[in-house]
Design a binder for this molecule. Structure first.
Ligand SMILES: Nc1nc2c(ncn2[C@@H]2O[C@@H]3COP(=O)(O)O[C@H]4[C@@H](O)[C@H](n5cnc6c(=O)[nH]c(N)nc65)O[C@@H]4COP(=O)(O)O[C@H]3[C@H]2O)c(=O)[nH]1
Length: 505
């Protein structure tokens, strides 16, 4: 994946989750608004019902009292009820067109009884917006009338005194007959009820219908109102998607992914380093060494990616592909010359788990290649699990394969250790060959390793032979085989076949 694609993916990765997030949060705001309105409508209705019930109760109580009209007891009773009923500001009595007395006493002026405007189903008459000039208040009064009695209520308190605490919400109260009797926008100089796009809720009780409204939240308003939350949220989403984009990029270009891709595409190839019989100078076989040619023409050295393959569990696939390459590249050679062999490097897991056994069986089955033509090399690291390694090596040997301990001398295997392992060949590490005939401190170790090999009756291969001098020394020490740049570097299959033909004679 290129950077451009990752940037594009990051931008899309930012926008794609952001757009639904904003939309969902707006939808959530709308439903929250609706819920709030719902709750508010219920509160308005409850309040109206409660105040009405209080006023009606006062009305019915006084109407049921047996006192002579406007008698001192009658007036005292009206005063007492007025004081006890929270919403009632006064009670009036008048049998004809005028009020004769009220909670304060007998009227000494003429107060005309206002005509009933609305008849409620429960028999109570309503008079709205009564504004008496000489009554001690300039606030609108709602009168509830039952026969001769009138109960006076502060109209604003009756409907919803406290609703001013919610300045964006307006409420309208209607009788059950549909007659509008209150609208908060009239009281509070609010704009007249807005259009149908408002968010609104209607609630109905036995006597009243209440509607509450609010301009519906637009997406833009929601965005502006929640900038403080939404902007950091979008920044966080952007960061997250950028981070995941980078992660994808890193994954895409991580060495492990690259190696896995190379394995998948079959990009690893086998090169073959000739193995020479020191006594005759003849080529008796080759070691297969993995090569990873890159698109830019370079090669990634096995020392770099083999440890990675071992750590990341890809090494089994490397082994399997090398084995398949050997059969493909040198199958004819091996079938034509039953004395020729190819050495293959196994990993620790191939040896300790025995995984390689069925793989080899499958590959060689019906191939015409003898198991003894496939030598298998394992480093000392493979022998950490001695029992697992011994079981695998024993089975390999039983089938006819030859087994070699590779890079000998670099690990910690002592004589006692390797003499208990079923090994045929000991391969001396290049560092001990380089030391031959030099002043290097390891030069004394080389004869010791060779002697150990002889002691264990193992055939010895020297690797990294670069000079005739080294070859001569090894010959005199009784080392059987050698490989190294003195003879040839690891060659592509076709070049090796040419080398083989020339050195087989
Ligand atoms: N300076 C010098 N070097 C020489 C000379 N002759 C041979 N060599 C190099 O020494 C290494 C010998 O292979 P190794 O000890 O098995 O060491 C191998 C082996 O441990 C591992 N490896 C290579 N191919 C495979 C494979 O197919 N499977 C596994 N599991 N490991 C492999 O990678 C290591 C390095 O492989 P290469 O880079 O191919 O390096 C090879 C070879 O190219 C010489 O005269 N002078």
């Amino acid at each position: 994946m290129t950077w451009a694609l990752v940037v594009l993916a990051t931008v899309i990765g930012t926008m794609v989750p952001l757009a639904p997030t904003l939309y969902v949060s707006w939808r959530f705001a709308l439903s929250t608004q609706q819920e709030q309105l719902n709750a508010y409508a219920l509160r308005v209705l409850d309040h109206t019902d409660a105040v009405y019930a209080d006023a009606v109760s006062a009305l019915r109580t006084i109407a049921a009292m047996p006192f002579p009209p406007c008698s001192p007891q009658h007036i005292r009773a009206m005063l007492q009820i007025t004081e006890e009923a929270l919403s009632v500001v006064n009670i009036g009595y008048g049998a004809g067109d005028v009020v004769e007395c009220n909670s304060w006493g007998i009227l000494n002026y003429k107060l005309v009884r206002a005509p009933v405007q609305i008849e409620q189903p429960d028999g109570i008459g309503l008079i709205l917006n009564w504004r008496p000039t000489n009554f001690g208040t300039d606030r609108a009064i709602l009168i509830l009338r039952l026969r001769e009695y009138s109960v006076l209520v502060d109209q604003r308190q009756f409907f919803n005194e406290w609703e001013t605490s919610n300045p964006f919400t307006i409420s309208e109260v209607r009788t059950r007959g549909g007659r509008p009797i209150y609208a908060s926008y009239l009281d509070r100089d609010l704009p007249t009820p807005p259009d149908a796009s408002d968010a609104s809720v209607e609630k109905v009780s036995r006597n009243w219908a209440v509607t509450v409204r609010q301009p519906r939240i637009t997406f833009k308003e929601h965005l502006q109102a929640n900038r403080a939350v939404l902007l950091p949220l979008s920044a966080a989403i952007a960061l997250l998607s950028a981070a995941s984009g980078l992660l994808v990029l890193r994954r895409q270009s991580s060495p492990r992914t690259e190696l896995a891709k190379a394995l998948k595409k079959g990009e690893l190839v086998a090169h073959y380093q000739p193995i020479i019989e020191l006594a005759t100078g003849r080529c008796i076989g080759a070691e297969a060494l993995v090569r990873w040619p890159r698109a830019d023409g370079s090669q990634t050295p096995p020392d770099m990616f083999i440890p990675l393959a071992e750590e990341t569990g890809l090494i089994e696939r490397v082994t399997d592909q090398m084995l398949a390459a050997v059969i493909e590249d040198l199958g004819d050679l091996l079938r034509d010359d039953p004395h020729a062999h190819v050495s293959i490097n196994l990993s620790a897991v191939d040896i300790t788990t025995g995984r390689i056994l069925p793989v080899l069986e499958r590959v060689l089955d019906g191939s015409g290649i003898q198991p003894r033509q496939i030598w298998l090399e394992a480093t000392e690291r493979s022998f950490i699990d001695v029992d697992g390694a011994r079981a695998t090596l024993l089975e390999l040997r039983r089938r006819g394969h030859r087994t070699a301990i590779d890079d000998f001398g670099t690990g910690y295997s002592g004589l006692n250790y390797i003499q208990n392992l079923p090994i045929d060949l000991l391969k001396i590490d290049r560092s001990f060959i380089t030391a031959v005939n030099t002043e290097a401190p390891t030069r004394d170790v080389t004869p010791y390793i060779i002697a150990m090999g002889h002691e264990l009756k193992l055939q010895i291969i020297a690797e990294g032979v670069e000079t005739e001098n080294q070859a001569e020394y090894l010959r005199t020490q009784g080392v059987s085989f050698a490989q190294g740049w003195l003879y040839s570097k690891a060659l592509p299959a076709s070049a090796f076949l040419v080398f083989w033909t020339a050195r087989r004679r």
